[in-house]
Design a protein around this ligand. Structure first.
Ligand SMILES: Cc1cc2nc3c(=O)[nH]c(=O)nc-3n(C[C@H](O)[C@H](O)[C@H](O)COP(=O)(O)OP(=O)(O)OC[C@H]3O[C@@H](n4cnc5c(N)ncnc54)[C@H](O)[C@@H]3O)c2cc1C
Length: 407
């Protein structure tokens, strides 16, 4: 089949990888002008995540690029270390910067997948035999199937399922990330400072050669233009006005950062992930939010299952149903694990911040430290992966890149 995927981050290229293997032709359209770098680290944990990475043959590359982070420190306004947050509690089996993962998946697919950057789907018209897709820039084309792997604010979901407000629920936080110099000289660690309803942090990255600045703040839903990055920078600057420690310096650096990422912390819930020949994947279908630490693993597993079911079942409607049956409970578990975490992540007041620090201080000695780590791992492993390899035909030959906007 000719399959169009919207979104070239994690879910989209992971799906293209498997579809190529099963002999389909894949096209990925990405709104950004090139592969999006940036983002903080994402974790893979437990056997299900690792099995998919191993079957894709990308585990070694991911391990080579892993962050190797140690404990993180909560600091006071003068930068004095207050308490260490144990690395083994939060990190998975392998942790990698999101941008590095996206690059590995892109490299694993770019010879067989047609990448079209700087464009977006404008219309989707389904009929019995296929889908006619209009683009904002390129000419109209026909595909057999369309996949929305375009994230929390999925364009495909809006076009084929309805407005975002029907499916996205805000968890009360916003987050921003960008890359800067490791000017505090951090060595495989991070420093985080809490002020009521705000958290600002700096973490070393890429073997201490650079750092990631991270901002979290509590807020009800904000009305802002998601394409207006300058406006988002202003919004963040206003939210951290008067916050001490390194916040003023990091806000200055934010103005120069070219990989600034800003978004709400939200979840996505839909009754069904497909409509005819259109299907959703990753955050577009079931974003569990970064609070779960599961979004990326869920996206990779979902891509594996969706492609596998399409290979095993020639009727796409039946394959979509089976994909959803295999993954839905798992996705719900990932989502549930994030609910309630927001208030610990960004303490609302000084008492809560003090209380959390006491917890981190005592955690290594408390019996539930092991239980917490075990429970996260249990959620991440709560799916039995089928072995779809049996039905795998030879993959398609690499195809020439079209001229123009493809990269
Ligand atoms: C730049 C960036 C930074 C991130 N940083 C973090 C982080 O620090 N921590 C964290 O936990 N998660 C982060 N995420 C989200 C994380 O990658 C996802 O939660 C998870 O990996 C699932 O991936 P996904 O591919 O489903 O969605 P996403 O990673 O959100 O990818 C969606 C992709 O679709 C593209 N897209 C959006 N609209 C359109 C459109 N109209 N047409 C075509 N393409 C479109 C986006 O540009 C993006 O490349 C980040 C995502 C991005 C894009």
């Amino acid at each position: 089949m000719d399959i169009l995927i919207s979104g070239a981050s994690v879910a989209g290229p992971a799906l293209a990888f498997w579809l190529n293997r099963y002999g389909h032709r894949t096209t990925i359209v990405e709104r950004a002008p090139s592969l999006r770098e940036g983002g903080y680290s994402v974790d893979f944990r437990g056997e299900a995540h690792l099995t998919v990475l191993r079957r894709m043959g990308v585990l070694d590359a991911i391990e080579q690029a892993q962050t190797n982070m140690g404990a993180m420190w909560n600091v006071n306004v003068d930068g004095k270390k207050l308490v260490a947050m144990p690395g083994d509690l939060f990190a998975g089996d392998v942790e990698i910067l999101r941008g590095d993962l996206a690059r590995i998946l892109y490299d694993a697919t770019r010879l067989s997948t047609e990448y079209v950057f700087d464009d977006s789907i404008a219309s989707i018209d389904q009929d019995r035999d296929g889908v006619t897709v209009g683009f904002e820039r390129g000419p109209t084309r026909r595909f057999d199937l369309v996949v929305g792997a375009d994230g929390l604010h999925s364009n495909v979901r809006s076009l084929a399922f309805g407005p975002e407000s029907a499916f996205v629920s805000h968890l009360g936080l916003y987050c921003a990330v960008f890359t800067t110099d490791n000017y505090l000289g951090l060595d495989h660690t991070g420093h985080a400072y809490n002020s009521p309803g705000r958290m600002v942090a700096l973490y070393s990255a890429r073997e201490n050669t650079e750092a990631k600045a991270l901002f979290w703040f509590g807020s009800p839903v904000l009305d802002y233009d998601r394409r207006d990055v300058a406006g988002q920078r202003e919004l963040l600057a206003r939210a951290f006005e008067g916050v001490g420690w390194e916040a003023p310096e990091l806000l200055r650096r934010m103005r120069r950062a070219d990989d600034f990422y800003f978004d709400s912390i939200s979840q996505v819930r839909l009754d069904s992930w497909s409509r005819g020949r259109v299907v959703l994947l990753g955050d577009a279908a079931a974003c569990p939010s970064p609070l779960s630490g599961m979004g990326t693993g869920l996206a990779m597993i979902s891509a594996y299952v969706l492609a596998g079911e399409l290979a095993a079942e020639p009727d796409h409607r039946a394959a979509f149903e089976r994909y959803e049956r295999e993954v839905r409970d798992y996705a719900t578990g990932c989502q549930e694990s994030a609910v309630g975490v927001a208030k610990f992540m960004v303490p609302e007041n000084r008492f809560m911040a003090w209380f959390m620090n006491q917890n981190y201080r005592l955690l290594p000695y408390l019996p539930w430290k092991g239980m917490m780590a075990k429970s996260v791992r249990k959620t991440a492993s709560a799916i039995t992966l089928k072995d779809y390899e049996v039905s795998r035909p030879a993959g398609p030959a690499p195809r020439p890149r079209p001229s123009g906007r493809a990269s």
